[in-house]
Design a protein around this ligand. Structure first.
Ligand SMILES: NC(=O)c1ccc[n+]([C@@H]2O[C@H](COP(=O)([O-])OP(=O)(O)OC[C@H]3O[C@@H](n4cnc5c(N)ncnc54)[C@H](OP(=O)(O)O)[C@@H]3O)[C@@H](O)[C@H]2O)c1
Length: 305
């Protein structure tokens, strides 16, 4: 499809309907709807549509999401603080009808295409709104997956503390077993920190999965089979650039979210490391939506619907 048509489609999705009978909900109430939807999706998987209902300050707030139409088909609320398009985006992820694990990747990058400074600092290049979005994505995911370099450089907690939701399992790709238990992904009391190492590493630890290597990497299919065995359905790949590029090249990503932050770093870690660049005539355009997040713009590409 022609680029202009995509842009038209994307922008038309951003016009929200106003109805004087709608209840005005807060951002936190919208998050409660998302978290409730996640709970419902864990219990019922085979419905065509889902009624999501919460009670907040004696008000019933509800919406119905159609799995077939992949959109909210009715609601009794609107919000000045969160767009309905972004709410719909979370529900689309939660109620995706893939039989395979559904992968969402997110990177926050500068205007000049870097996700961190040359030293590897990236805390925090994106806005508070984007950080909250990341924490909400964590809550609706069953696994957060990151590369070993992200843990080494950032020592992230990878919890959902900003939105007070449940923490998912954290899996670090650490083939040589270089990441020690002192890093916060492992030292958190919730005991949800895991890693995947090469089968060459011998360990008795219960939080280590083993996979064979092919040309220095785990095979996509082995990662997918492991996640299926663990019954994990939504996988949030949170970085860094090497892991996301690798998953992108191997057609593993259903959604790729790139948050464009209005800063220029001049140099640093590139968002994407793709060795075989595209020819201009081979470029493909994917379905895209844009969401404003504080000072940033989130570009959400659907790579595999
Ligand atoms: N702005 C953002 O949104 C954001 C998000 C996350 C991270 N970051 C920044 O990004 C930087 C780190 O990114 P990065 O690209 O250098 O590294 P990375 O993607 O975090 O980690 C790369 C490492 O992960 C392992 N790995 C990746 N794919 C693998 C596969 N298929 N099989 C086995 N192992 C695999 C390899 O580890 P081995 O070394 O064991 O081979 C590889 O060297 C940090 O500076 C961090 O601050 C920014």
């Amino acid at each position: 499809m022609h680029l202009e048509l995509y842009q038209k489609k994307a922008f038309s999705m951003n016009s929200s309907k106003r109805n004087p009978q709608y209840i005005n909900i807060t951002k936190k109430e919208a998050w409660q709807i998302v978290l409730k939807a996640k709970d419902i999706s864990n219990q019922k998987t085979d419905q065509k549509s889902y009624l999501i209902k919460i009670l907040s300050k004696k008000k019933i707030i509800q919406c119905t999401f159609s799995k077939e139409k992949k959109r909210i088909i009715s609601r009794n609320f609107e919000s000045k603080n969160i767009s309905m398009n972004i709410l719909e985006m979370y529900l689309k992820i939660i109620f995706n009808d893939n039989t395979e694990p559904y992968f969402i990747a997110h990177l926050a990058q500068s205007l000049d295409g870097f996700i961190a400074t040359r030293k590897g600092e990236s805390k925090y290049i994106s806005s508070k709104d984007n950080l909250e979005h990341i924490h909400l994505l964590r809550c609706i995911s069953d696994v957060i997956m990151v590369g070993s370099e992200t843990v080494k450089k950032d020592d992230p907690k990878l919890t959902a503390r900003l939105v007070k939701g449940k923490n998912p399992m954290r899996i670090i790709l650490d083939k040589d077993n270089k990441i020690s238990d002192k890093f916060m992904v492992f030292s958190n009391k919730d005991d949800l920190g895991f890693k995947i190492t090469s089968t060459k590493i011998k360990t008795q630890k219960s939080n280590v999965f083993s996979l064979p290597l092919k040309k220095g990497h785990f095979k996509s299919n082995d990662i997918i089979q492991l996640l299926k065995k663990l019954n994990k359905k939504i996988i949030f790949v949170e970085g860094g650039g090497s892991v996301i590029s690798n998953f992108y090249k191997n057609n593993m990503l259903n959604q790729l979210q790139v948050c464009i932050c209005p800063i220029i770093l001049g140099d640093g870690k590139s968002s994407f490391v793709i060795k075989a660049p595209m020819k201009i005539e081979d470029i493909e355009f994917n379905e895209i939506s844009y969401h404003s997040m504080g000072e940033d713009i989130l570009c959400n590409l659907t790579l595999i619907p």
